[in-house]
Unconditional design. Sequence first.
Length: 294
Amino acid sequence: MRKSIFFVVTVMLLCWNAANAQHVNVTFRANLATVPDTLGPNSVVQIRGTTITAAGHSADDASIDTLAPGVLLAWNGHSTMFLKHIEGDYWEATFPIPAGSKIAYKFFTNSAHDTVYSGADWEHKGWEDNIKTIPGIYSGNRGLDLTTFTGTDTTLPLQFVNGIKYGAEQYFRPYTETDSIDVWFRVNMEGWEDFNDQTQVVGVRGGVSPGYLGDLSWDHTFFLTQEKKHSNTGQCDYNGKYFWSGHVRIPKESVSAGQEIEYKFVIMSKGDPDDADPLRWEDSNRSFTISSTK
């Protein structure tokens, strides 16, 4: 009896390994700082798309593809490929994708709900904008090509969800990376009723006083730039012009991993120098933590 049990278990393991070898565990990482919306940890972040095969599936195919048991890929709410919130604007998930396959996909986000399904009123309120066409992948979608990949696991580079412009590169950055620690500040001013973008601007103060911590200072304002109306409006709740953003650099040698940096958003009169007194400060300090200086 013991030999029979061992034989059965061995066969089951061999079958599982054979099936598992037919898939690649692909980790998707997304940054939502570029979505013209304000999302929380429970907001919907979903991958939608289709497989592209020799049988004729294309990037605009309306079918529902089963990538693995329980893993469905579709261009609508049928997709079960949801990313989970990690921290801040970062979301991540790993899915088994058939080895040797090619898929076209887009990110879908919705801040007002924690799930989405086919037929929901908000089923299509949250598409990202088109991506620059990739050879072999159609209709301005993101592409994943595993046709020459021979491993069992892979992690894709970080992808910013495209709420910036039509035809952005798949792995675009909203800022130019430097040798410093790059911090992307972004704030939604839609809820600040007495803010007037015709006479006022938004900035950031923080870091140290006196002096500077890179571009940050409690005595000087780092001015943010008002964003333009986006061709994609995310959940369709906000106009892109309500968002102000900017790229702050902090020298690596001036901070340490785990260090907490405090800051506040401030309102300034348009045309004021950076050392002028702000018209208004936020009530409480915000903070972010230096995760690494490497």
